[in-house]
Write a protein of this length. Sequence first.
Length: 331
Amino acid sequence: MNTQEWNPDSLLQLSGQYWATCTLHAAVKLDVFTAIGDKPLYSDEIAQKRNINTEGATRLLNALAAMNLLEKADDKFSNTPAAKAFLSKDSPQYIGHIITHHHHLATSWSQLDQAVKTGTPVRASMSHTPPEWRESFLMGMFNMAMNLAPVLADNIDLSGMHSLLNLGGGPGTYAIHFCQKNPGLNATVYDLPATRPFAEKTIEKFGFTDRIDFMEGNYLEEGIEGTYDVAWLSHILHGEGQKECQRIILKTVAALKPGGRIIIHDFILNNTMDGPLFPALFSLNMLLGTSDGQSYSENQITDMLAGAGVKEIHRLDFLGPNDSGIITGMI
């Protein structure tokens, strides 16, 4: 139950919260955390490194210090441990790409009233956005998956399975980690042609070119070649309406061998559709950018699976970032 007690102060704090968000976005876009690195620097030194105005940089850096993302001592600024770990490009844990993706969404969010009024999207689909937008989205998804995939590979038992379909798998991050965990498993990443270079580069980097291949196609318009022991569908249903989701699941089930398993990972709403908070907000994000996409409840996903003949449907005891969950079943 939501126990938030609203008053003028808390409402105004929420209303202006985007100021702090924009401050973070600006700092990531200007790459100030990488510029600072390991050595405390004066604001003019940071401004010179990034070729930006010193007064503007000083105000930005002071705000970041007020947000506890930077530390300030003797007029020099240094990274906090969190900033160094997650906001510097020199760190393998860098999440700046997904933050930049959020920045690209901000304009459409400022038009939410229009999208609600008309029931139609106000921004282009990701395939029709500028290359730098698509890059930040793909790299952001890669960064997020790199943090989560090892955990999931340790907790999802794929022993005895030999072939995995990673539907809409992007760079193949999940396929890579499932194969790492299960030496007898091979995988196919099925995604749009534009994704192939990034996927093949990533698969090669991890040394799995002999066990993971890439299949070009549009799973909305085309069939799925081959048969598989298990299918992994991560964060693809929310981009489509219920009829399209049902078609995707039917196609996936048709590509599974007898006794095969389908696993769906997504932001899952409760069955009254009014929480948790992030899936509810994410459903609005889908309204802004898609014609029919939305967050789905556990019952809705379960019904789609049952409608495709899936049996033994259950939700795993797993809660991921932003209330992502996993529902699985057998055929």
